[in-house]
Each structure stands twice: as structure tokens, then as C-alpha cells.
Design a protein around this ligand. Structure first.
Ligand code: PBG
Length: 338
């Protein structure tokens, strides 16, 4: 049996370079495209007014107070970016062992959600469900005396956090904590509280990665976390079967969309997830990936815009329906003028 791939070796009858010869042919036969509709923009928010504070390890990324966030949201709407993802920088005085501030209906995140949805109803808003910005120890849940994150007690707080976010009007909740059973527990509580339209994007295959470093600087959890790590709940970077089991479980428990995180070092996981489940699948190009490309570009070692677009197209090729990326506005601007 001849496979289609063998035909390509049939030189000179086949000359694959014919289709690469001109821009018009390259565009005509291109298999995958990046569009503005694929982009989700993660932003850092902070209490106060007039704050637009650069994050040193993430050039071009700032922490915004709500008054400064609104123009950023307006720009997203203008560019056609479908969704903004919110990550709070919580005042240290509000952090506690149990991260209870995460359930405050008047807290930073619910307040930001209400402001965004009333000013820009057409812009999708996504919020993270996890306790790490709120805990004094920087872990995603409640810990026991050995520092081990206690699954079922944490679930109770996460459920409250998700319901408070839904009450504030968020469109998508995104549990990023990797506790067992959290999608089912959150889905049940959302249904019980009549939040039947709230979508769940599950961080299903979230790996215990060193690429989250700059994010932890940005939200200020790095110093809380100190030398401890998240390896007892985030996934081991060597695993792929386990990623498929996690995705399967999250879908069964009520996730509408799933995510693989980080992005570039895990494109194989993304492809396997997409092929196995055929559901809306997202990739998170995380802070460390962003920092890496930015640093190389700043040194003149890589072409900023080209590597940005190539890295984002790579996610599409690997099966992503969308990408969470700090490059979202920059990529959208380029796509607009392409
Ligand atoms: C919180 C959370 C993290 C990220 C998104 N949500 C950090 C972590 O798990 O330590 C990382 C995002 C990034 O690095 O850009 N659970």
C-alpha cells in the first residue's frame, strides 16, 4: 500500500517546492492559521487606583488597578480578542493559611469582573480558581502541619470561590489547582446555584513546571512559597497517560473545555489530548515561555514578532483551539495589519 507521504519522494514528478515558491501558493496551501479568535489575554490586577506597575521578569506586562484595566479591556474589544483572564495580586495583609479572601464577594476579582462585564459585556472574562494568590504559604490549597495540601478541605473553599466568581458574572471559571474532584464539585455547586451558563475551562493537565517562575513573581506568591514546590498536586513532567486520565475525568465531571499547561514544552501532550477527546482544547503559553522569548528578542538574538507568531501557530498545529498568551494584544495587532 502506498501512503500519501511516499508520493512526495517521487522526484522529479513531484517537486514539493512548487507549492513553496510564491507567497500566494504558500498562503493557499497553508494547513493551519492563527486568528485573533484564538487568543485569551491573561492580565494581573491589583487593588488601588492609578497603578500600572511593570513586572520585571515579563517585559511588556503590568499589574493594573481597575481604572487602568478598563482601557486594556477596551483595547481587547477593539482588537477582537475574545477573552481576558484575570489574575489577582493580593495585598499581603489579606493572605491567610486558608486563603479565605478568595471567597470574598467584595474582593478584588469579583469587583473586577463586575466592572468589566458592566463596561464591556461583549468581552469574555475568565477567572482562575485556586488559592495560591490568597494563601500566606503560596500553595494552591489548605496545608496540614507537614505542608501537604489537604484535598477535600481545599475543595470546599474552591467551590465557594467559583460560586462567588459566577455570582459576580464571570463567563468562564478556570480551576487551576489540580485538586482531585474539583471539577465535579464546582459544577454541582454552580448548577445548584442556578449558574447553568457558567463555563468551566479545566486546567486538566497542569504540570509541576519551573516555567511558572515569572508568574509567581507577578502575583507575589514566589516569596510565600519559598523553597517548597507543588509536586504533590501538579503533574510530573514525564507523564502523558496520566494527562489523558486527568482530561477524561474532568470532562466526565462537567468541564466544557480543557487545558494543557505549560505550552511549548508540552505540545505532544496537547496533540494527544486533542486526538483522544476531540473537545475544545486550550494551551497556556506560560510566563516563563514569554520571558524566554522576550529576553532573547531583547538581546537581538531572535526576531520578536516572528518567534511570537511562529510559537502561537505551533499551538494551532498541535491541536489547540485557543491559546492563553501574554502576547495576545501584540499578536492581535499584527494579525489586524497582516
Ligand atoms: C495558579 C496559577 C499559576 C499559573 C496560572 N495559575 C501558577 C502556579 O501554578 O504556580 C501560571 C501561569 C504562568 O506561569 O503564566 N494556580
Amino acid at each position: 500500500m502506498t501512503t500519501p507521504h511516499l508520493i512526495l519522494t517521487d522526484f522529479p514528478h513531484a517537486r514539493p517546492r512548487r507549492l513553496r515558491r510564491d507567497d500566494f501558493t504558500r498562503r493557499l496551501v497553508r494547513e493551519h492559521q492563527l486568528t485573533v479568535d484564538d487568543l485569551i489575554y491573561p492580565v494581573f490586577i491589583v487593588d488601588g487606583t492609578g497603578i500600572e506597575q511593570p513586572v520585571p521578569s515579563m517585559p511588556g506586562v503590568c499589574r493594573y488597578s481597575l481604572d487602568k484595566l478598563l482601557p486594556v479591556a477596551e483595547e481587547c474589544v477593539k482588537l477582537g480578542i475574545p477573552v481576558m483572564a484575570l489574575f489577582p495580586v493580593i495585598d499581603p495583609s489579606l493572605k491567610a493559611l486558608d486563603g479565605i479572601e478568595a471567597t470574598n464577594p467584595e474582593g478584588l476579582v469579583p469587583t473586577a469582573v463586575r466592572a468589566l462585564k458592566s463596561n464591556f459585556p461583549e468581552l469574555g472574562v475568565l477567572t482562575d480558581v485556586a488559592l495560591d494568590p490568597y494563601t500566606s504559604h503560596g500553595q494552591d490549597g489548605v496545608i496540614d502541619e507537614d505542608g501537604y495540601v489537604i484535598n477535600d478541605i481545599t475543595l470546599e473553599i474552591l467551590v465557594k470561590q467559583a460560586v462567588v466568581q459566577a455570582q459576580a458574572g464571570v463567563d468562564i471559571v478556570a480551576p487551576s489547582d489540580m485538586m482531585d474532584g474539583r471539577i465535579g464539585a464546582i459544577r454541582q455547586a454552580l448548577e445548584a446555584n442556578q449558574h447553568i451558563h457558567t463555563r468551566i475551562m479545566a486546567y486538566s493537565a497542569k504540570f509541576a513546571s519551573a516555567f511558572y517562575g515569572p508568574f509567581r513573581d507577578a502575583v507575589g506568591s514566589a516569596s510565600n512559597l519559598g523553597k517548597s514546590n507543588k509536586m504533590t498536586y501538579q503533574m510530573d513532567p514525564g507523564n502523558i497517560d496520566e494527562a489523558l486520565r486527568e482530561v477524561g475525568a474532568d470532562l466526565k465531571e462537567g468541564a466544557d473545555m480543557v487545558m494543557v499547561k505549560p505550552g511549548m514544552p508540552y505540545l505532544d501532550v496537547l496533540r494527544r489530548v486533542k486526538d483522544a477527546f476531540r473537545v475544545p482544547t486550550f494551551a497556556y503559553q506560560v510566563s516563563g515561555e514569554y520571558a524566554m522569548l522576550k529576553a532573547a528578542a531583547a538581546n537581538g538574538w531572535l526576531d520578536h514578532n516572528k518567534v511570537m507568531m511562529e510559537s502561537l501557530l505551533g499551538f494551532k498545529r498541535a491541536g489547540a483551539d485557543g491559546i492563553l498568551t501574554y502576547f495576545a494584544p501584540a499578536a492581535a495587532r499584527l494579525l489586524r495589519h497582516a
